[in-house]
Design a protein around this ligand. Structure first.
Ligand code: NCD
Length: 313
């Protein structure tokens, strides 16, 4: 595997190997010397055409932990304002020696365009392309589920028998898409719960079930409820009547959490709209994995960088 563009490209074996390597990376991160020399002399370029806190810092931390050099590009203050194209921007970064390009962009499909047309030689990691995919987020989510529900050392295990409800703004969510593909590949049962207006049209082939209310979805006592940010910046008009109506029908709150087994977990990729898709008290509850997801994200991205490096040696 040279690039990581979509979770659709991952077989169960490949995904499990990536999750297993992340266990080793968690171990590295718990040592006194939290570094491996694997990417010494290599450069990871973080190229972010869209805002990010977690993903960018997480890739930075992962690259540094593997002893890579890191350059970070954000559009603000760059020549993109002078009209420079994506292709020229990436080729400029490669000319400065980028071996990996971690790319976030608002256009769906951009990462595969760059990789398929061989605009650069560098390995491409999709860090979120529009509403399309965000494969490393799905991997870190799968890792978090596996370690919380199957134990820290769940080496070799898939997610068979785990039921996951994904709720909210699925239409605009690359996190939901990448998760749906990866989780079903790993044998989990996935149910989507969203208002009609926030459900993508093309979910045939996703291998998921759709229910029309969150309360119906919770009836089945899922192991995981994955909440999603309502992506107001991608909404041109009203997708739901009001925020208070949305949080009443689709928000994960205390009374809904009480209906779940105490072993079930509530996830959110961040950034959260507290009080909208998730209440503050649920986000801060022991059943919330929000902080775990962030911390596992670094180990998971170390695993991805490490694996791509090894595969293309
Ligand atoms: C997500 C993203 O950017 O797609 N955030 C993240 O990477 N942690 C989800 C979001 O922005 O809502």
């Amino acid at each position: 595997m040279r690039h990581l563009i979509s979770t659709r490209d991952l077989s169960a074996e490949r995904a499990i190997a990536l999750l297993d390597t992340a266990i080793d990376m968690v171990d590295v991160r718990s040592r006194d010397v939290k570094k491996l020399p694997t990417l010494r002399g290599k450069t990871v370029a973080n190229v972010f055409f869209e805002d990010s806190t977690r993903t960018r810092l997480s890739f930075e931390a992962a690259a540094l932990a593997l002893s890579a050099d890191v350059t970070t590009f954000t559009t603000q203050g760059s020549s993109v304002s002078k009209g420079e194209s994506l292709k020229d921007t990436l080729q400029t970064l490669e000319a400065m020696g980028a071996d990996f390009i971690v790319l976030r962009h608002s256009h769906s499909g951009v990462a595969s365009t760059v990789a398929n047309n061989k605009w650069v030689d560098a390995r491409i990691i999709n860090a979120g392309d529009g509403t399309h995919e965000h494969p490393t987020q799905a991997l870190l989510d799968a890792f978090t589920m596996r370690s919380r529900l199957r134990g820290v050392d769940a080496r070799g295990m898939d997610l068979a028998g785990i039921s996951v409800v994904i709720v909210g703004d699925i239409l605009h969510s690359r996190v939901a898409r990448s998760n749906a593909f990866l989780l079903t590949t790993l044998g989990a049962t996935v149910t989507l719960a969203a208002p009609q207006t926030l459900l993508p049209r093309e979910i045939d082939g996703w291998g998921v079930t759709v229910v029309s209310t969150l309360d119906d979805a919770l009836e089945s006592q899922p192991d995981v409820v994955m909440t999603l940010r309502v992506q107001k910046e991608r909404m041109s008009s009203g997708f739901f009547p009001s925020e208070s109506e949305f949080s009443t029908l689709w928000g994960m709150n205390d009374s809904r959490l009480r209906r779940l087994p105490s072993t079930s977990i509530v996830m959110h990729p961040g950034p959260m709209n507290r009080g909208l898709e998730i209440s503050g008290s649920v986000a801060d509850s022991p059943q919330s994995t929000v902080a775990d997801q962030v911390s596992n994200g670094v180990a998971m991205r170390m695993s991805v960088l490490y694996t791509l490096m090894g595969d293309s040696r």
